[in-house]
Design a protein around this ligand. Structure first.
Ligand SMILES: [Zn+2]
Length: 267
C-alpha cells in the first residue's frame, strides 16, 4: 500500500483517504496525522528519527551486491535502484547515538527491492553484529523485508544462516539486541535475524510472518481471521513484546538501553 502522491500539493492517506501536505506527512515521520496509519519510511529518514543529530557513522558502505547467478536484468535493476534511492543496497548499517547512548544500528529500506536480503544485506548485517560483539555495544536493527532475494538464489538463502550464527555468538557474549519489526517483515528475514531479538518491538499494523496470508489461505483453503499476522495479533500471541508508535520509538529505545545499563555503566 503506497502513499499516493499528487504532485507537490498534497498526499492522500491510503488507509483513511484524508489529504494533507507532503510537508505534514514528513513532519509526522510518514504516519497519517488523521488515522495514525504507518506508511513506509526511508532508511535515511528512519536514522534521522531515532539517532542524535550528526551522530551517524556508516559501516560497511564498501559492501555492494553483485549478480552471482547472471540473473537476467538484475544488474540493470540494481543500478537503476541505486540511482533512484541513493542507496547501495536495501540496508544501511553504522554507529550512532540514541539519546546519548552509543549503538550499532541497521535500517532496512523497502524501496530497494522490497528490502529483500541478498549477499550485500546479509554481509552488512553480519558485520554490524560482529562489530557490536567486539565493541560491547548494543545492537538495534529495523527490519522491513519481503524475504530472501530470488535473483541471488542460494547465495541469498545462506545469509539467513550467516546472520543467525553471528547473532548467536553475540548473544552468547551477553550482547543486547533489540529487533524492531516494521511493515512488512516476512520470509527469510523473519526466519533469521528479525526474530532473534532479546527484545522484539513492532510498529502498529505491520505484517509480520513467514508466508504471507494469501499463500496460507491458498494452501489451507480457509479464510484467515481479521488482523492475522499483524503486529497486534503477534503481540497477543507472544511473538512481539511491545508495539511502539514511530513518534515514540526514539524515547522507547533510549529507555530500554538505559534499563540494560547502557549509557549508565558503560558511559
Ligand atoms: Zn489516514
Amino acid at each position: 500500500m503506497a502513499l499516493e502522491d499528487y504532485g507537490a500539493s498534497f498526499v492522500m492517506c491510503p488507509a483513511c483517504s484524508r489529504r494533507t501536505t507532503p510537508q505534514n506527512w514528513r513532519a509526522h515521520l510518514q504516519v497519517c496525522p488523521s488515522c495514525g496509519a504507518h506508511q513506509p519510511i526511508s532508511a535515511p529518514e528512519r536514522l534521522a528519527s531515532v539517532l542524535d543529530a550528526g551522530s551517524f557513522v556508516e559501516l560497511g558502505e564498501h559492501i555492494e551486491g553483485s549478480n552471482p547467478l547472471d540473473f537476467p536484468g538484475y544488474d540493470e535493476k540494481l543500478s537503476d535502484l541505486r540511482r533512484k534511492t541513493g542507496l547501495q543496497d536495501a540496508v544501511i548499517t553504522g554507529l550512532g547515538m540514541i539519546d546519548g547512548v552509543k549503538v550499532v544500528i541497521g535500517v532496512m529500506d523497502s524501496r530497494f527491492m522490497m528490502g529483500s536480503m541478498g549477499t550485500a544485506v546479509g554481509e552488512r548485517v553480519t558485520l554490524a553484529v560482529e562489530y557490536a560483539r567486539h565493541s560491547g555495544l548494543p545492537l538495534v536493527l529495523f527490519c522491513a523485508s519481503g524475504g530472501a532475494r530470488m535473483q541471488e538464489g542460494i547465495f541469498s538463502l545462506m545469509q539467513m544462516a550467516k546472520t543467525s550464527a553471528a547473532i548467536a555468538d553475540f548473544s552468547a557474549d551477553g550482547g543486547l539486541y533489540i529487533s524492531v519489526l516494521t511493515h512488512p517483515t516476512t520470509g527469510g528475514m523473519i526466519a533469521s535475524f528479525a526474530s532473534l531479538g532479546d527484545i522484539t518491538i513492532a510498529e502498529p499494523g505491520a505484517l509480520i510472518g513467514f508466508a504471507g496470508p494469501r499463500v496460507i489461505e491458498q494452501t489451507i483453503g480457509q479464510r484467515l481471521p481479521e488482523g492475522f499476522q499483524r503486529s497486534e495479533f503477534q503481540q497477543d500471541h507472544g511473538f512481539v513484546d511491545q508495539i511502539v508508535q514511530r513518534g515514540r520509538m526514539r524515547e522507547t529505545l533510549s529507555q530500554l538501553l538505559r534499563l540494560h545499563g547502557y549509557g549508565v555503566m558503560h558511559g
